[in-house]
Design a protein. Structure first.
Length: 104
């Protein structure tokens, strides 16, 4: 399980399968190792993250969208994703595809 913050969401369509997708940039949360009197744990996250692709109409994406609106932490299971290295703008980039994405 990973705890992440949503940095960016872009809607798109996969040209090969015509599947509507959400391309979500997520940054991993790093806790500071202290607790506040309120019980909350302060954390940081990077200004850039990794790319995750979800089916636009999936329940997991709708949950992520709600967490993004509230600026809350998102928890996902990495076992639900297929990792691929793809060439984007002349450099290799890891992209994580949710299991509901049709990959060819």
């Amino acid at each position: 399980m990973k705890e992440l913050r949503v940095l960016n969401i872009v809607e798109s369509t996969m040209s090969i399968t015509n599947q509507q997708i959400a391309i979500v940039e997520l940054a991993e949360v790093k806790y500071l190792g202290i607790s506040l009197p309120s019980g909350k744990k302060p954390f940081t996250f990077s200004a850039s993250g990794e790319t995750y692709v979800f089916d636009l109409n999936s329940n997991i994406f709708l949950e992520i969208l709600e967490h993004a609106k509230e600026e809350e932490i998102v928890t996902i299971s990495t076992s639900d994703f297929t990792e691929r290295l793809e060439n984007k703008d002349g450099r290799l980039q890891k992209i994580y595809y949710h299991k509901k994405i049709i990959l060819i």
